[in-house]
Write a protein that binds this ligand. Structure first.
Ligand code: PSV
Ligand code: MN
Ligand code: MN
Length: 425
């Protein structure tokens, strides 16, 4: 299925008058506050969020999986699904692959499929948290941290292979997430595991092209429940610092213990120029991988508030923006549209914070004013601004509305079948 410019135009048409009224009202108010509406629109248009290949199908839980049908069964179909999202919201122009869940075979064909829907390739992800069929050395007791050198070497070789695949696709980053850890006190040496991890990462880092980044993800627990070798941002930062300029920390919003102040982590990493990227999602309890902004939208705004401040006040390069989600109940494509919208809204809210007034409130210890300035931005309904930015880029004023009107899921089920399965967890 392909969504054309004509599809979008005819779906937008009946909404245009109401949209224009809402947008003009908002634009006038923003203008009165001294904000440059055209600039805001451009900034929103420029923010592109990569879609993970593994979130295009139903993820399931360890208790079951309820597929909604029409899932992309091949890499080309996954690329086409991201193309559908991008046609609707003009904000998801890249796919992030996970190897070996995704195995590109014919690179020309893959490249053509991606170009046809204006999609590029974001960070490539390695997978050393599962054993593959006929694997010589198991990752059961770790990969890059394993006390068995042969298992470590296998995991290093896999990461190098992932870089080689990414090079052929035009990716510019390798994301490393390690499950390595232990479930019982005494099971392994903390110090040896960390040292093995560093030395293994060093061997991978040596093979990283000069214009690439290595993004090091952290996570406190799961799949193991006593210790994880890279449990927190501090350990990731330490490794990234020791590795060199091309290594940075990746913040997955779901990888924190409850109530962690993620916005402060973002500020600290940016101060050091070490914030490499994001895996956006939302959570109530753990690594829930829920729709971005569905549980804690204020936290998301506060994170973007630090990001926007950091863009002008630090030298941190622009981070890689990615979603990392899993869909058990909703249609994955609708869920991803909602996630992208939540990210862009939080960004827009952060862009309208009166930073001069905030700095003054901080200097003069005016706490009520400081809080009020942030909440004023957070409570401004910027949806018409976001819709206008998407409309001007050729996208749908209401992406999910158009998705439903065009009966995209029904068409995908007809084309691919009710039982087609996507690879992933
Ligand atoms: C691990 O929980 C993680 O967040 C990593 O990014 C993995 O690559 C991804 O999820 C796998 O679903
Ligand atoms: Mn992640
Ligand atoms: Mn995760």
């Amino acid at each position: 299925m392909i969504i054309t410019a004509e599809h979008i135009q005819s779906s937008n048409k009946p909404q245009e008058i109401a949209h224009a009224r809402a947008f003009n009202f908002l634009a006038e108010n923003l203008d009165k506050k001294g904000l440059n509406v055209d600039l805001l629109i451009r900034q929103l248009q420029e923010l592109q969020i990569a879609i993970p290949s593994w979130a295009l199908g139903t993820g399931g839980t360890r208790f079951g999986r309820f597929s909604g049908g029409g899932e992309p069964a091949t890499l080309i179909q996954k690329i086409q699904d991201v193309g559908l999202l991008h046609a609707l919201n003009r904000s998801s122009n890249a796919i992030s692959l996970h190897i070996p869940w995704d195995i590109p075979e014919d690179y020309d064909q893959i490249g053509q499929a991606a170009a046809a829907v204006e999609i590029g390739f974001d960070a490539v992800n390695s997978n050393t948290f599962q054993d593959q069929a006929q694997q010589k050395h198991s990752y059961k007791f770790g990969s890059l941290a394993n006390s068995d050198e042969a298992a470590r070497e296998l995991a290093i070789a896999h990461n190098i292979e992932v870089i080689e695949i990414g090079k052929k696709l035009g990716s510019k980053a390798l994301t490393v997430w390690l499950a390595d850890g232990s479930s019982f006190p005494g099971q392994q040496s903390f110090r040896k595991s960390l040292q093995h991890t560093f030395e293994s990462l060093q061997k991978i880092y040596q093979r990283l092209p000069s214009d690439w980044q290595m993004l090091i993800e952290y996570k406190p627990y799961e799949p193991y429940f006593y210790s994880t070798v890279i449990p927190d941002w501090g350990t990731s930062f330490l490794l990234a610092n020791k590795l060199g300029e091309k290594a940075r920390t990746l913040v997955d919003l779901g990888h924190h213990l409850p109530n962690t102040n993620i916005e402060q982590i973002v500020a600290t990493l940016m101060t050091e120029g070490k914030l490499g990227g994001f895996h956006f999602n939302d959570s109530k309890y753990g690594d829930d991988d829920l729709t971005v902004g569905s549980i804690k939208p204020y936290q998301l705004f506060l994170i973007f508030n630090e990001l926007v401040a950091g863009f002008s006040e630090t030298k941190n390069p622009k981070p890689a923006w990615m979603i990392d989600a899993s869909h058990n109940l909703k249609d994955p494509l609708e869920d991803l549209l909602q996630s992208v919208e939540a990210i862009k809204l939080a960004y827009a809210q952060a862009l309208i914070v009166d930073r001069k007034a905030l700095a003054y409130a901080q200097e003069t210890r005016d706490l009520a004013m400081a809080q009020g300035l942030l909440q004023d931005a957070f409570r401004t309904d910027l949806r018409p601004l976001l819709q206008e930015s998407v409309r001007q880029s050729g996208g749908a004023i209401s992406p999910i509305g158009t998705y439903r009107e065009l009966r995209v899921r029904e068409t995908l089920i007809r084309e691919r079948g009710k039982d087609s399965k996507s690879s992933g967890l």
